[in-house]
Design a binder for this molecule. Structure first.
Ligand SMILES: *[C@@H]1O[C@H](CO)[C@@H](O)[C@H](O)[C@H]1NC(C)=O
Ligand SMILES: *[C@@H]1O[C@H](CO)[C@@H](O)[C@H](O)[C@H]1NC(C)=O
Ligand SMILES: *[C@@H]1O[C@H](CO)[C@@H](O)[C@H](O)[C@H]1NC(C)=O
Ligand SMILES: *[C@@H]1O[C@H](CO)[C@@H](O)[C@H](O)[C@H]1NC(C)=O
Ligand SMILES: *[C@@H]1O[C@H](CO)[C@@H](O)[C@H](O)[C@H]1NC(C)=O
Length: 446
């Protein structure tokens, strides 16, 4: 063999080896398309659209009505305690498994990132469920964009102080109040406006689910929890725990507390820092993240949606409110009506409201057992109710028939009987008007 040929073969073998080891060595840190849909913990920045054109020919926008979930928040109290208590120990063990025992299959780079990880020092257990810095940005930029979308309606406040041109209302929690303030700041800058904070004990518009006894009874008694339990105790979830344990170098199966808390860290950290990736996500494959996403969808399907017969009753008051305002505009009471109505609340009421409107309704109910066939399900909380999720309805007065235009998370709502989110008001009244005007919330006092 000539020397040239020998070297050529040697180089061929070496590069081949390189390519091979690269193919085997997956690094989450280098993945340009990480899976970022995380159910109710999905960052708004990965989900929302941009509204290009709000013009409807021969029509004039009269009012924007919005129902808005608070922005990115801190975890719940138990989650924070669990993270503080368990994550540092898991971190040390995973590194030891790889370095000392040669077990586990995280790539070098992911391992180094995990070694450098520290729990966010701002994560104070007394500030559980508080809005985060990113949460303020979510709402500030949402407000700024809506001002651009509807310059005719959302002008600097107040042009005419004798008239209440806008209505802002929030539930009584830090995360919704600060969300409201950030949104107002994005709309109008640092101004003082009229706003209302309603305690949940009195809030039949946005928090009926907290005070409606028949609903509370139904939810606490529902099969929904059992569907989530079936998923958690089923073979898929168990196999996932085994696979994660092996990947992280544990010879024994990790506990059912440890693996979900790593996923909690992964999803929250990705939402808090939208330009960075949490090193905890390296513990999971995309399919495993999809399984956690399904867990959220399954929970919410039975807690706040079609899996519960009373959902469409509890989600009705905001729909009634919207119909009442639009009816006044239809009847020419526009001098009395605000130009913008903004409600700041929680994922539960947003999902209940979407359910009342019959949005994202699957023909087959979500179950623990049909995960594999529900990959294209409509009820996907990542798309419907991420942080800062919002539904906007805009009433247009038109030369001929009036219209309502819907946007969900700044994308035209795909709504049956409407074209790119634009519905005839007469059609809407036929479709859901009866429901809207007959909310039947008296079911709660029974
Ligand atoms: C916006 O859409 C309307 C039709 O809905 C169209 O007539 C108009 O030209 C569009 N404007 C722009 C700037 O694209
Ligand atoms: C907003 O305005 C108030 C009084 O008008 C002022 O005290 C405050 O510093 C301002 N905040 C910012 C962020 O500009
Ligand atoms: C609850 O609402 C009623 C009627 O709107 C009002 O009179 C009362 O002051 C409210 N209570 C609280 C705690 O806001
Ligand atoms: C749950 O349902 C059962 C039977 O339908 C009923 O007896 C029980 O009171 C319910 N529990 C709650 C908390 O509503
Ligand atoms: C666990 O890993 C095995 C082997 O790689 C794979 O075949 C299986 O689908 C994985 N299970 C889950 C639930 O991801």
């Amino acid at each position: 063999m000539s020397r040239m040929k020998f070297f050529a073969i040697l180089i061929f073998c070496l590069t081949n080896e390189l390519i091979l080891s690269e193919a085997v060595e997956y690094c989450y840190s280098d993945d340009e398309h990480p899976y970022l849909l995380a159910g109710l913990k999905t960052a708004y920045e990965v989900e929302h659209g941009i509204i290009k054109n709000t013009t409807v020919p021969n029509c004039k926008p009269m009012q924007v009505w919005m129902l808005i979930r608070h922005g990115t928040r801190n975890p719940a109290k138990e989650e924070i305690e669990n993270m503080k208590h368990n994550l540092p120990e898991l971190q040390q063990k995973i590194i030891k498994n790889h370095k000392q025992y040669g077990k586990g299959s995280l790539c070098q780079k992911d391992l180094e990132k995990l070694r450098a990880w520290k729990l966010d020092p701002n994560l104070d257990k007394h500030k559980y469920m508080y809005l985060t810095a990113q949460g303020k940005k979510d709402l500030l930029s949402l407000g700024a964009r809506f001002k651009d979308y509807f310059p005719e309606l959302l002008q600097p406040y107040p042009l005419d102080s004798s008239k209440q041109r806008y209505k802002f209302r929030s539930t009584d929690t830090e995360r919704t109040i600060v969300s409201m303030d950030s949104f107002i700041n994005g709309l109008f800058g640092n101004v003082t406006v009229n706003k209302e904070v309603v305690p949940s004990s009195n809030d039949t518009l946005l928090e009926l689910y907290k005070i409606c006894k028949s609903w509370l009874d139904q939810v606490s008694n529902t099969s929904g929890k059992s569907e989530v339990d079936k998923l958690l105790n089923g073979p898929l979830f168990g196999e996932m725990i085994d696979n994660v344990s092996r990947r992280l170098g544990f010879s024994d199966r990790l506990s059912f507390d440890d693996v979900p808390i790593m996923y909690t860290a992964c999803s929250f950290e990705n939402a808090w820092h939208i330009d960075e990736r949490s090193p905890w996500c390296a513990a999971f494959t995309k399919d495993e993240e999809k399984l956690f996403e399904y867990q959220d969808d399954l929970f919410s399907y039975y807690h706040s949606s079609y899996g519960q017969t009373l959902s469409s009753v509890i989600g009705c008051p905001p729909l009634q409110d919207m119909f009442n305002h639009f009816t006044k505009l239809e009847n020419g009471d526009s001098n009395e009506e605000p130009q913008g109505i903004f409600y700041f609340a929680h994922s539960t009421i947003l999902q209940l409201f979407l359910t009342t409107m019959e949005i994202a309704k699957d023909s087959v109910p979500l179950k623990a057992s049909n995960y594999e066939s529900m990959g294209n399900r409509k009820w996907r909380t990542s798309h419907l109710a991420p942080f800062a999720a919002n539904l906007a309805a805009v009433f247009y007065k038109c030369d001929s028939s009036n219209k309502v235009r819907f946007y969900l998370n700044e994308k035209p709502l795909d709504y049956e009987g409407c074209e790119a989110g634009v519905c005839d008001w007469e059609y809407l009244k036929k479709k859901i008007g009866f429901k809207a005007f007959n909310c039947n919330a008296n079911i709660c006092t029974k």
